[in-house]
Design a protein around this ligand. Sequence first.
Ligand code: SAM
Ligand code: SF4
Ligand code: F3S
Length: 441
Amino acid sequence: MFSPLPLLEARPQRTPIAVSGDRAPRVNIWQVGCQMNSADSDSLAEQFSELGMVPGVELENADLAVLVTCAVRQHAEDRASSRLGELAKWKAARPGRGIALTGCMVGEHGGSLLRRFRHLDYVFDMREPDGFFARLRDLYQGALEGPVPLPASDRLFAYLPVILGCNEMCTYCIVPFVRGRESSRPAAQIELEARRLVDRGVVEITLLGQNVNSYVSPEDGSGLPELMAKVDKVPGLKRLRFLTSHPRNASERLLDAIADLPAACEQFHLPVQSGSNSCLGRMKREYSVGEYLAVLGRARTRVEGISLSTDVIVGFCGETDAEFADTLSMLAEVRFDTVHVQAYSPRPGTAAFRRPDDVPLTVKKERLQAVLGLQRRISEERNRALIGRAVEILVEGIGEDGRAYGRTRQNRVAWLEIKAAPGETVTAQVTAATAWQLVAA
Ligand code: SAM
Ligand code: SF4
Ligand code: F3S
């Protein structure tokens, strides 16, 4: 299913949903999944407050619970199902409470969710939430007294969606089915939103898309590098990142943008998924290991000190020991800074779902551990090689022990042994390092 669903609701309505008391209705938003869902949750919070509802409250104080779900792996769906299970008691505890579900499980399951979860009231598509908000307006009429201002945000970071959906058809992946076809947002609109974010105190923006480097401006056909150049100019923006790129579209111009734009961070996340050409073929990734390695080679030459990260799936249909060994040797050769590894999870409706899921769970787990073990060593070595070097850290917060922490331009977590306040950018020398973080003074 590629197009958005209209609002689906339990009929007849199982419990009267109405506000208890004389106050604006309150909403609890729960979320799993990728950065796109984080951005969607933020946008929902804004829409709730425009309607006159109070978003971001604790569950105990909420009238409406909203679940923003993910369908990329079975585990993500299980988390939403178990949250829904827990909500049955919450709903029964006070008459008038309601539950709504949105996110990527909607595209996959649609109305069947209402039959499966008897206490669920609404299912709505994030791509078309108007019907849901119109329904809330009817339900809560008397209690809605115009927009409720969102509390002033002290957020330093924001995700900014620039392209929605995905036109790739990786055989294991459900995302194109649940998020629809690619659609790039107008560059002028993105630039305006970036300015607004920075006006509100944001200093780091990550441009988002399932396939962010296939962005094409509807205004003039220009691509992600040109969009980055526009956002980079927003006064006050300190850092600019983008997620997630497909290796097939990793152009020279994109590397130039990372190298040349002052705010663009020296970081590139480029999912490889497998180090075996035969496996990549079955995944329909449309590149070879050689082509992928060539892109990374160019990235390292063009952008000094660039940090590289990737995604890997282990135990994909038919993955042999030899194919997996190719993945390990590719990881050993590239020496990424970070690797996100997942065991293959069959997704109904995808092309791979028709193939046998024939790698036993025990083998998937062994392969997962092998990748994690190898990468831990590599990350530690790479981080330790930074000891004695100066890094630029944007301070995000203060830990329980009073130390400031933040991230480097290369997206490494760093703890500071010197005083610094959130939002400040400091340059400090790395004094110690583990696989996961740096200490700098
Ligand atoms: N568009 C990005 C890309 O091309 O890789 C990321 C999309 S997906 C939301 C994020 C990651 O989830 C993928 O890189 C992949 O490693 C993983 N993933 C997707 N489908 C999966 C599946 N069926 N089983 C396990 N991991 C999966
Ligand atoms: Fe899924 Fe492939 Fe699209 Fe990434 S590029 S979202 S893995 S179909
Ligand atoms: Fe993201 Fe999960 Fe949907 S990874 S796009 S929230 S399926």
